[in-house]
Ligand binder design. Structure first.
Ligand code: UTP
Length: 296
């Protein structure tokens, strides 16, 4: 019986090929692309830690060594900074290695997000768990994951995060058909479609990269055949769970109205970097003044 078990584990899939960012991602994981002064993945790990998740598992693969190095100690660099008295930078370097402990599993062949999540099965076991994608950054001032964890505890099913997008953008996302749940601020998910055309989209609610999943998803993923793009899609497994009455069946959605930054493609990444940089106290005002002058 998994109902009521607290969520303590975060799975962070980072084994994708990052083809939309080639050639930058030929030898470097896209999750390591800098967003101002930290790699994108660090924001995601920090978010998981803020939500109280204490057991972090990253799904990695070939060309992903930099991810492990980033969250590890770097004694030589630390000593050099210490000797120079550069304590702020020393602190920043150490901070990344203190977020853990992080665990790693290699996906081997990146057969899709659903397959990446399935690689976490042995580590996660029979408890609900969070999944955070490195592409999506949630502003640290906005609550999302802890709300999703609460909804998972209340419903006993799986929970996805949704945002409203312009209908012309829905074909870039998984899309959800939902019904309200009386007296609750979450919704029930009736049906999910991966990257539908505008004509086939059941709504303008797009799935973003935060999930709190019931472990029943693992059995479903074992049976999920490659779908769109020849990949084993997490959306397809969730679609099966959405219409299941078994233990762990039922999918619920939290509609997120806060600030989210997409770093998965080049233009969205540039917008994310500018948005986050313009809020930084050290240089935000100077950057905004420069942008105004640049645009005019
Ligand atoms: P994406 O759909 O953005 O795929 O994956 P991608 O391969 O990383 O990037 P593009 O589309 O080729 O540019 C969403 C998340 O799922 C992970 C990615 O690392 C990313 O965090 N992922 C995807 C895996 O871990 N394994 C996979 O097989 C696919």
């Amino acid at each position: 019986m998994t109902l009521g078990k607290p969520v303590t584990k975060a799975v962070i899939p980072a084994a994708g090929l990052g083809t939309r960012f080639l050639p930058a991602t030929k030898a470097m994981p896209k999750e390591m692309l800098p967003v101002v002064d930290r790699p994108a993945i660090q924001y995601v790990v920090e978010e998981a830690v803020r939500a109280g998740l204490t057991d972090l598992l990253m799904i990695t693969g070939r060309q992903k060594r930099a991810l492990e190095d980033h969250f590890d100690r770097e004694p030589h660099l630390e000593r050099t900074l210490e000797l120079k008295g550069d304590l702020d930078r020393l602190d920043a370097v150490r901070h990344a290695s203190r977020l853990g402990p992080l665990h790693y599993v290699r996906q081997g062949d990146p057969k899709g997000l659903g397959h990446a999540v399935l690689c976490a099965r042995q580590h996660v076991g029979d408890e609900p768990f969070a999944v955070l994608l490195g592409d999506d950054l949630i502003d640290e001032r906005d609550e999302l994951l802890s709300t999703m964890i609460e909804v998972q505890a209340r419903t006993g099913g799986s929970v996805i995060a949704l945002i409203e997008v312009d209908p012309t953008e829905i074909s870039a996302y998984g899309c959800a058909d939902v019904s309200p749940v009386e007296g609750q601020d979450h919704v029930r998910v009736n049906c999910l479609v991966e990257k539908p055309s505008i004509a086939d989209a059941p709504s303008n609610l797009a799935v973003i990269g935060r999930y709190v999943l019931h472990p029943a998803v693992f059995d479903v993923l074992e049976e999920t055949r490659p779908g769109r793009g020849g990949e084993i899609q997490l959306t397809d497994a969730l679609q099966t769970l959405a219409s299941s009455d078994c233990e762990g069946g039922g999918v619920y959605g939290v509609v997120f109205k806060g600030r989210r930054y997409d770093t998965g493609d080049k233009l969205s990444y540039l917008k994310a970097v500018i948005s986050i940089a313009s809020e930084r106290v050290e240089f935000g005002e100077e950057l905004k003044a420069w942008m105004k002058a640049f645009v005019s």
